[in-house]
Design a protein. Structure first.
Length: 275
């Protein structure tokens, strides 16, 4: 058997003659990138080979993030979907350090993050860009592991909706709130990441794109796509979270960001300490 034949197929969550959505695995690139020249596995290529059609990515997920990833099956559909993307509702789940007590709509502008290679000719003096994220705490746990100066380790399971689309927005907003996402090697807490690797064999970013809602560009119908949690759910179970993804599906889809109290913070450097 050839190596390519041994690769598992992508889980297709939705497909019609215009669109296809998959449950992207954590750690897999969406498409080829000169920043990862040695990578040979990409969602775009595997999906193209799997369904026998060219696919056009309609949005992005960071490499370490899992969950709903939507593609168009023509360039015209990709254009139409791009024009309405600001109306999509994206709901993520994340495990973060500490106990976030109250839901909020965070309005915290972010400086554009530039790649050392890809953006080497870009201006570095641009003003911070408007960024808003809705955040709901769903569950809290406390584990008997000493981390740093604390005798126990506290974690929260959050639902998050980005209302804007800045690079690493949810990861950076959680960092700003002193509740970094577990497994984030750029904006996270190394001590807690290490605890998850050692105690739970968890090496992934604990961020999952659980739901995507949008208006179909051809039929005009509302489409709701859910992505099962898979290995994310296994980690939640190990940690002791009682979250039931089947029971929570409808309640997560019904979350209303506009009903939240707004917290507006001036742009500044985020910190990573706190509990």
């Amino acid at each position: 058997m050839q190596e390519s034949e041994a690769k598992p197929p992508l889980e297709i969550l939705y497909q019609d003659e215009w669109l296809v959505a998959v449950n992207k695995p954590a750690g897999m690139l969406v498409h080829r990138s000169f920043l990862d020249k040695h990578e040979t596995e990409f969602v775009m290529l595997r999906l193209r080979d799997q369904i026998g059609k060219h696919v056009f990515p309609l949005h992005r997920l960071d490499r370490p993030t899992s969950g709903v990833l939507l593609f168009g099956l023509s360039s015209d559909i990709a254009r139409q979907m791009g024009e309405q993307q600001h109306l999509w509702q994206k709901t993520y789940l994340a495990v973060v350090r500490g106990h976030l007590k109250e839901a909020l709509l965070l309005d915290y502008a972010l400086k554009e993050q530039l790649d050392a290679i890809g953006d080497k000719f870009s201006r570095t003096d641009k003003a911070a860009q408007s960024a808003q994220s809705a955040i709901w705490p769903l569950e809290h746990i406390e584990l008997p592991y000493a981390v740093g100066r604390y005798a126990t380790a506290r974690y929260s399971l959050l639902a998050l909706q980005p209302l804007t689309g800045r690079k690493h927005q949810l990861r950076r907003h959680c960092e700003h709130l002193f509740h970094p996402i577990i497994g984030d090697t750029t904006h996270g807490d190394g001590k807690h990441n290490q605890l998850f690797r050692q105690q739970f064999d968890c090496k992934r970013l604990m961020l999952h794109a659980a739901h995507l809602c949008f208006r179909h560009p051809v039929t005009g119908q509302d489409v709701v796509i859910h992505a099962g949690l898979r290995d994310f759910a296994m980690v939640l179970s190990q940690l002791g979270f009682a979250f039931d993804e089947v029971a929570a599906a409808n309640s997560l889809t019904a979350l209303n960001a506009r009903s939240l109290a707004i917290r507006s913070d001036p742009p500044c450097d985020a910190a990573t300490s706190g509990r």
